[in-house]
Write a protein that binds this ligand. Structure first.
Ligand code: GLO
Ligand code: NI
Ligand code: NI
Ligand code: NI
Length: 403
């Protein structure tokens, strides 16, 4: 396939779940053992955590990691102190990256946890909050540049609304576009070469999220003339939360040349929220890798495990097993996708399905050289189209043969 498996499978460990996750949920206290973490907000604790993380990455053999500004370094009493804390931790991160060879897939800013962001960040009705978020992203981009991030992610955690009665949606979307324009200008100014990625997600935590799903974000980017500057980071658990199939947003983003990276996880369709489970389903992984194969890989994006071990997994070794199991799942998915591509049976079947567009009136439709009058003329002389079977079961049984 022209690349070795590692180039197709650019795995990344996320810092926030793996090193900040505790197993706590809205109904219960922490359950996970984190022997290196004393639970305090001190810089010493942050450093211990980071060292543990790099030990984990190296033992696992994963080449990339990803983090938010506020999960690697504690928030200070004001922006200046937060930035100072971040600088100190980033120094250590730079050192650890150099020592281990582990690279930064992407950096991001947490613009959703602090109470100041409760009504949104760039879409906040208060300009003061917009300014704070912008200042935070400025620093986030400096840090991304320093650590050689290959991408930079924007997940609009609170960019949405709970009620239309108090919301001016047009002005909030205009502000969000301005926010991205400012970030693009700064990125160019400092010479940061990483790719900007928006991560769509519906329903959580705002009742309505502006970045609902892939096509919503693509529509937003095109409306505001930003589609050449920003791609998408797709998380399948968000896709299923939006009511789509696991691979839907991957397919959609890739179809429009907008698939930059993947937050590789899965949810429980029987639960219905963002459970961030480790992907263990071979069929899902195969369908996803098929798209990645077809578009020639994800570089400079990757497969970032935005996943948490479940509350009931209390041991450190569970963290290893979860990541290894997920990596194996995608490795098998890649192999199966490669076989499916090689055999060409499915793609031939699809091609056949669209064969009417290859000649005659179909070719004219494809080329955009026809008119309503001409199409009417065609129907008047050719009559009713034949009914052709959709053959869903046929396609599904072919896929089953591979899995
Ligand atoms: C939440 C998102 C979140 C993002 C992260 C990076 O559901 O998946 O974890 O991936 O903030 O942007
Ligand atoms: Ni995510
Ligand atoms: Ni998520
Ligand atoms: Ni997540």
């Amino acid at each position: 396939l022209g690349k070795n498996m590692e180039e197709w499978l650019r795995f990344s460990v996320c810092f926030w779940h793996t090193f900040r996750g505790t197993g706590a949920d809205p109904f219960g206290f922490p359950t996970l053992d984190r022997p290196w973490d004393d639970g305090s907000n001190s810089l010493d604790n942050a450093k211990r955590r980071l060292r543990a993380a790099f030990e984990f990455f190296t033992k696992l053999g994963v080449k990339y990691w990803a983090f938010h500004d506020r999960d690697i370094a504690p928030e200070g009493k004001d922006l200046a102190e937060s930035n100072k804390n971040l600088d100190e931790i980033v120094e250590l991160a730079a050192e650890l990256q150099k020592q281990t060879g582990v690279k930064l897939l992407w950096a991001t800013c947490n613009l959703f946890s602090h109470p100041r962001y409760m009504n949104g960040a760039s879409t906040n009705p208060d300009a003061h909050v917009f300014a704070y978020a912008a200042a935070q992203v400025k620093k986030g981009l400096d840090v991304a540049l320093k650590l050689g991030a290959e991408n930079y992610v924007f997940w609009g955690g609170r960019e949405g609304f709970h009620s239309l009665l108090n919301t001016n949606v047009r002005s909030e979307l205009d502000h969000m576009a301005t926010f991205f324009r400012l970030a693009i200008a700064y990125k160019k100014k400092i010479g940061f070469k990483g790719v900007f990625l928006i991560e769509p997600k519906p329903k959580e935590p705002s009742k309505h999220q502006y970045d609902y799903d892939a096509m919503t974000v693509i529509g937003f980017l095109r409306t505001y003339g930003l589609a050449n500057e920003i791609k998408l980071n797709i998380e399948p658990n968000h896709t299923t939360l939006a009511g789509h199939a696991y691979e839907h947003d991957i397919v959609m983003a890739s179809a429009f040349n907008m698939l930059g990276s993947v937050d590789a996880n899965t949810g429980s369709p029987d639960l219905g929220w963002d459970t961030d489970q480790f992907p263990m389903d071979i069929k899902n992984a195969t369908l996803l890798m098929q798209v990645i194969l077809k578009q020639g890989g994800l570089q400079p994006g990757g497969l970032n495990f935005d996943c948490k071990v479940r509350r009931e997994s209390t041991e450190l070794k569970d963290m290893f097993i979860a990541h290894i199991g997920a990596m194996d799942t995608f490795a098998r998915g890649l192999k199966l996708a490669a076989r499916i591509q090689e055999d060409n049976i499915l793609s031939q079947a699809v091609e056949e399905r669209y064969s009417s567009y290859k000649s005659g009136i179909g070719a004219q439709i494809e080329a955009g050289t026809t008119s309503l009058e001409e199409l009417e003329e065609f129907i008047l002389s050719n009559g009713e189209p034949a009914r052709i079977s959709g053959q869903q079961e046929h396609y599904e049984s072919i896929l089953n043969y591979y899995i």
